[in-house]
Design a protein around this ligand. Structure first.
Ligand code: 5AD
Ligand code: SF4
Length: 439
């Protein structure tokens, strides 16, 4: 079989990174190798994100750059996969008529066959959503590392009024538990130490009797896997079973990303998030009581249509009260096709920007304070590899998912090293290893 090479550039969330590994896994048996750069690749794919307008603009700009590779060699295929492909479908071909391929998240199985018809004159578009597609039988082609991402469910049924995800990723469906556990056993055999379970509403996972908590408990029994994480859970699905798994399984890391979006009940109601701020706060209390040393992060949107100064203050004050370890904070971006798209925006970009800056400043302060409380303490670091900035240093994560860097002590990736924290900022802990390793 002739070898061809495929270069995939990935945008957006962890699910998309995992989907890129899935696409590579689908193409591998058809003789495709992964190319590190677009130069020289036979197939160039952008695996895209549609969550905010900014993400889409970047991708359109990047397509303009990449089109030159089609002139380089006849037969080079330039394609777009993922959420933006699903969102704009044929309309994309008006903006980028040079595209050969537009493929939505449930259509990746068709990719090898579509690439085999490469002489087609017309662009090939495949964007049918499929209620049953979980790709359970496909082995993703993962990069080397200590952490493996495993998609446990796809799609979302929540339909928050601002969000495009349910439209571009379709309905919720879970991968059978037996397939997942087999996959994790294989990952442990390959030397992975950490699994991260992924899903748009990951804790809505269900396969018959196996709910998300049970899936976590079963995963924790697999030898060789040291840490289990997951993202992103939805507050409304954080049930007793899932909390119990976090509280009782040592391997399930004490870290939870719990998207809040906004703290005023008026805004939460219009977002149709499915919880009140009192319910969310009660959940945080319950989690903190059940799980010692729990780190919490969140997502916040500022400037949702109709967000008044009082509503924004409520979000600011709530963040100050809860004290998240970190937060992903965004300006509202109207997405065509969502319900909120029809609602007039009540803030200018500049006003949204000001609100965003205010909470970023607040969160930076809080994150730094929380991390500095670790000074002098010893944290257990799962080593990932060399630190990015300091030569001969190592980097990894502690159980709370904080990045920790320390002077190399001979430890290899995948080893757990106790590190005493000597300094910290909002994003990184710096320390020294408490144990030296023979080189
Ligand atoms: N505008 C801004 N942020 C959004 N998110 C989702 N949709 C939008 C939107 N239209 C954010 C939410 C979500 C995160 C993944 O992206 O905070 O939790
Ligand atoms: Fe979007 Fe809401 Fe679903 Fe999250 S839960 S993916 S914000 S619709």
């Amino acid at each position: 079989m002739e070898t061809r090479s495929v270069y995939i550039e990935t945008y957006g969330c962890q699910m998309n990174i995992a989907d890129t590994e899935l696409i590579l896994g689908l193409l591998k048996p058809h003789g495709y190798e992964s190319a590190p750069t677009p130069e020289g690749a036979d197939v160039i794919l952008l695996n895209t994100c549609a969550i905010r307008e900014h993400a889409e603009e970047r991708i359109v700009g990047r397509l303009g750059d990449l089109v030159k590779h089609k002139a380089r060699k006849p037969g080079v295929v330039l394609g777009l996969t993922g959420c933006m492909a699903q969102h704009h479908r044929e309309a994309l071909l008006d903006k980028a008529p040079f595209l050969d391929l537009v493929l939505g998240p449930d259509a990746y199985r068709n990719l090898p066959a579509l690439l085999a018809q490469e002489s087609a004159d017309e662009p090939l578009v495949s964007v049918r959503l499929d209620r049953d597609e979980t790709y359970a039988d496909i082995a993703p082609a993962r990069g080397e590392g200590v952490r493996a991402w495993v998609t446990v469910m796809r799609g979302c049924d929540k339909f928050c009024t601002f969000c495009i995800v349910p439209y571009v990723r379709g309905r919720e469906r879970s991968v059978p538990a037996s397939a997942l556990l087999d996959q994790v056993r294989a990952l442990a055999d390959q030397g992975y130490k950490e699994v991260v379970y992924l899903g748009q509403t990951v804790n809505a996972y269900r396969d018959g009797e196996v709910d998300f908590g049970r899936l976590l408990r079963q995963t924790a029994r697999i030898d060789g896997i040291e840490r289990i994480r997951f993202t992103s859970p939805h507050p409304s699905d954080m049930d007793a079973s899932a909390i119990d798994a976090m509280a009782t399984c040592d391997k399930v890391a004490p870290y939870l990303h719990l998207p809040l979006q906004a703290a005023s009940n008026r805004v939460l109601g219009r977002m149709e998030r499915g919880y009140s701020i009192e319910e969310y706060a009660a959940l945080v209390d319950r989690l903190r009581a059940a799980i010692p040393h729990l780190a919490l992060s969140t997502d916040i949107i500022v400037g949702f249509p109709g967000e008044e100064e009082d509503d924004f203050r409520a979000t600011y004050d709530f963040m100050a009260e809860v004290r998240y370890d970190f937060a992903f904070m965004f300006k509202y971006s109207a997405r065509e096709g969502t319900r909120a798209y029809k609602w007039a925006e009540t803030l200018s970009e500049a006003e949204k920007g000001q609100r965003l800056q205010e909470i970023i400043r607040l969160q930076e302060g809080i994150g730094g304070e929380i991390n500095r409380q670790r000074l002098g303490q010893t944290v257990e670091v799962l080593v990932e590899g060399p630190a990015k900035k300091q030569k001969d240093w190592l980097a990894g994560k502690d159980p709370q998912f904080k990045t920790v860097v320390f002077p190399g002590n001979g430890a290899r990736p995948g080893e757990l090293v106790p590190v005493r924290v000597t300094s910290a900022n909002a994003h990184t802990l710096v320390g020294v290893a408490e144990r030296a390793y023979p080189v």
